[in-house]
Unconditional design. Structure first.
Length: 208
């Protein structure tokens, strides 16, 4: 299943372009990169950034919350103290939201026939890959904090002396989200807002 589905999808797309549309030569990466609007790249990156961050936070809260409720049956005292793990998970979603707001500030309106410039392509690609990197970092961070928080809750229920020790591990896991935030900001440090070309841009022949 790991390799079967991507391979199947790739083969289906290739056969569709080559046989059904009689345009197999159109199956190239350069055409795809040139004919896709920078707005599409930017919007997709912002969506992935926020969506994956929220997914990571929700996943972590799910795992931590289940363990807190389960361990709280045996040791009710852990319910309040372990809410700090829920906060760590929620911070992951806040990181993604902050970067999404920062990225959206670069998406000023430009007429479609003036958007295809090198600077705008660069901004679109930077927002896409920055958002994807940030989202994946926050997804893994949320899962990491969720597992560590779940372990902290169960360990605290068994032995109160273990809570602080495992909490240190959880703090280091949450720092990965901060690393993703820094990388997301560095990715767009040289990207400017979308600007219109001085004259109608000479677009690729692939752009329709």
């Amino acid at each position: 299943y790991t390799y079967g589905l991507p391979t199947f999808v790739t083969v289906v797309i290739a056969l569709y372009l080559a046989q059904l549309t009689c345009s197999g030569e159109a199956f190239n990466v350069g055409q795809f990169l040139e004919e896709t609007s920078p707005y599409a790249w930017a919007a997709t990156g912002i969506g992935l950034c926020i969506g994956l961050s929220v997914l990571g936070a929700g996943w972590g809260i799910f795992m931590t919350g289940a363990s807190i409720l389960g361990g709280g049956v045996r040791a009710p005292r852990i319910r309040t103290k372990n809410l700090i793990s829920i906060i760590f998970c929620e911070v992951v979603a806040i990181y993604g939201l902050i970067i999404g707001i920062v990225y959206s500030a670069r998406m000023s309106f430009v007429s479609p026939n003036l958007i295809y410039t090198r600077e705008n392509y660069f901004t679109g690609y930077a927002l896409f890959w920055g958002g994807l990197t940030m989202g994946v970092c926050n997804l893994l961070c949320g899962v990491s904090v969720g597992i560590a928080g779940s372990t902290a809750a169960l360990a605290d229920a068994a032995d109160p002396n273990l809570f602080v020790k495992i909490l240190i591990v959880e703090v280091f896991g949450s720092i990965m989200g901060l690393f993703g935030l820094i990388v997301g900001l560095l990715m767009i440090s040289q990207a400017s807002e979308f600007t219109a070309a001085v004259a109608p841009a000479v677009v690729s022949p692939f752009v329709r």
